[in-house]
Design a protein around this ligand. Structure first.
Ligand code: ZN
Ligand code: ZN
Length: 219
């Protein structure tokens, strides 16, 4: 089995159904054994193309998520867990069949609900802020924890209040426009055959051009 076939089956399954395909389903689709699928998934996990749980289940295939991380993303007939704020805002860019999607969340500090129609032509209006807790260099130490802590708050006051309550230092705070620009092309090509991850230099250049700066991002 070509692991790129498996990667595409996982990604395209998430895109069309909003959830992860099971091992049995993937084995059927690719006409291979479940053991081959498990081995392939482990390989993709090691290469950071997806994230497996200890039990070997697919938890995330960025920007798709099989587990709730604070965001829902509603299309015309499909509902996705949005991953983190960055992943949720990336989804409309990977789903050309959707004119725009409805992204909804709650402020982690005060539980106020927030929702935006997000499309590919420009950022949604709103004065909320996106907060990233884990610096870029450590994001993959525990990527599910990282994504769980990349949320959208009412304001930087709500970020500070939340951080004080959690006993953590606030991380990086930015506006919705920067979040949208950063998310728009970060995952470009993941649904296409032959996808190659950006090298660190290209990634840094992309972050800088999106408006991110400073040591938090390794820039
Ligand atoms: Zn709030
Ligand atoms: Zn994420």
């Amino acid at each position: 089995m070509d692991t790129e076939d498996l990667r595409l089956a996982v990604y395209r399954g998430f895109a069309s159904m909003g959830r992860a395909r099971s091992t049995a389903d993937l084995a059927n689709q690719l006409a291979v054994t479940p053991t081959e699928v498990e081995r392939g998934l482990r390989e993709l996990h090691n290469a950071r193309h997806l994230v497996l749980s200890d039990a070997g289940e697919i938890v995330m295939a960025h920007p798709f998520s099989a587990t709730p991380l604070g965001f829902s993303v509603m299309g015309r007939s499909t509902l996705w867990w949005g991953g983190c704020s960055w992943d949720s805002f990336a989804l409309p860019h990977l789903l050309p069949a959707e004119a725009d999607v409805l992204i909804a969340t709650r402020c982690p500090a005060c539980a106020r609900p927030h929702a935006w129609n997000v499309g590919t032509t420009g950022p949604p209006p709103g004065d909320q802020v996106a907060h990233f807790l884990t610096p870029a260099a450590r994001m993959w130490d525990d990527v599910v924890h990282t994504c769980r802590n990349q949320r959208i708050f009412c304001s930087s006051d709500c970020v500070d209040e939340w951080a004080a309550r959690q006993g953590v230092e606030p991380g990086y705070v930015t506006d919705l426009g920067t979040l949208w620009r950063f998310a728009s092309r970060w995952y470009e090509g993941r649904l296409d055959r032959g996808y190659v991850r950006r090298d660190p230099l290209t990634a840094a250049e992309y972050m800088r051009s999106s408006g991110l700066s400073g040591p938090f991002w390794g820039l």
